[in-house]
Design a protein around this ligand. Sequence first.
Ligand code: AMP
Length: 576
Amino acid sequence: MSTQAKPSNPLKAVRGTRDLLPPETALWNRVESVARNVFSRYGFGEIRTPIFEDTQLFARGVGEETDIVSKEMYTWSDGERFDKEALLDWWVRNHPLKPIGYGREDAPFDLSLDPPDGPRQLVAFASHLTSQMMASYAAINAPTFPRREDLDEYLDKGDSTDLGEVLDRGRYVKAIKRLVIASPVPAKPEEWVDDGFVIEYVFGNFNKSSQSLTLRPENTAGVVRAYIEHKLDARGDLQKLFYIGPQFRRERPQRGRYRQFWQIGVEVLGPVSSGSESPLRDAEVLEMLATLLDELGVRGWRLELNSVGSSDDRKRYNVALCEALAPVKDRLCEDNQRRAETNPLRVLDSKEPNDQDIINALPKIADFLDADSTAHFQAVLAALDACGVPYTVNPRLVRGLDYYTRTTFEFTVPDGSGLGTQNALLGGGRYDGLSEMLGGPKAPGIGFAIGEDRLILTLQAQAEANKPGAPHLDSEMWVPKLDAYIAPMGVERNPAALALARELRRAGLSVEVGDGTFRLKKSFEAADKSARHIVILGEDELASNTATVKTFATGEQVRVERSELAKLLRSESTPD
Ligand code: AMP
């Protein structure tokens, strides 16, 4: 049933979601275009995967014990629909009536019955009762009630196969004696007579769902699923993919944390022969991120990285961690006690101040890495050193998702960058076993996801803090002024103004058109706000094929030939 919002209580965007409006969207576009530009210089191509996927993908890929999968996903049963067969079977089992035949799939009844103490009946099964359905079933009492002889004729035959030969659906409807309606609301079954036929309510869940679907909480699993599905490994080379799009997590909303948020991400993966396991790939991805953040103008970013080793290293570490946690677990906060049970690595992520001493004393994963993992990590660090990318090794950085192996990293920004406690701008790492976890070929890979919302908040806060020192980050920058605002003098000049705008726009200029009803003062105010020039189009100008142009930067006003207009509007100031 639909509810009507009262005018005094207009509907709002759902908690944790928000609208992005101009001029802020110009900053989003700018960020995305810088990212696209950087990615293309590093040989990346764009991938767009669906916003929802089979729930299993995230359960298997991200891990059932992670916070994301265990409590933050938007999951629903898709294609849930009324299971008529189940209701029909249930009904027959629970009634001492003898069915003599089942109706056809598309017939408005489902069963013909031979009750011991009355005439034969047709029964229909439905999932709910709508007024429309009521009206059509109620036709049983309408003047067009089918001729009794028609009805009796086939009921008397008692041969269900004949039913299929009666093609007039209207006659079936009118023959129904009983309507059985399933309702999922638990209550006592009830039955009443309406318009001469019996309506029977049956409570129970007679729905079947075809598939469990989930709004993607992250994009790596979807990209790897696509890699497997499209057999990208058969191409033999390294796949360098990027994506930009919304992700969904049911988290407690706060500044920098939303339920729908955007990520800009990258995945590099391929068969081992493509070099996908090489530490060079890790270093290249990190160096690219440093370049991207620098080109965007993010200041003070910090790269923290660590190695969580191979899955074997992690298994050994997990055992040691569990042993070390056992005697101290009771002293941890409730959340960490739960993590110690379900996903001990996550305890290391905890920011709970009272638990820090205990956590710092826990074993370090670095002591459990085998020779290969250690050498891999050292090679990543050496390549970063060679490129001059600064970093800090953080032995506690393990990250929340199950699929990470070897290199894991985060970029954070300093306090006061607009993110509050949510100071992780982006995170990522290597996931050498993910493709196999999802049933695909061996395809080691590495990737990251930037929280675009947080990136924007950072850029805005840093620009704000530095005013007027960072003019290139001012919001004005993202919304450049239009080249011209055309002011028609009087409504008769409107068509000519639109025609002029068309001509100029086709010549590549950005143009706004006012309206002939505006007073000149209003046109000037609107033009000054949005454009570099105002073009006045009056009777004189049209008659002489000229235009009057004022350039706001200089205050100069000139009359020019129409043929010279585009050139003048393109120039930064009026020519001498
Ligand atoms: P993750 O996929 O959890 O590694 O997150 C990668 C990045 O996405 C984080 O560093 C954040 O910048 C961003 N992010 C994650 N969750 C949210 C959220 N609920 N709201 C806004 N940004 C988020």
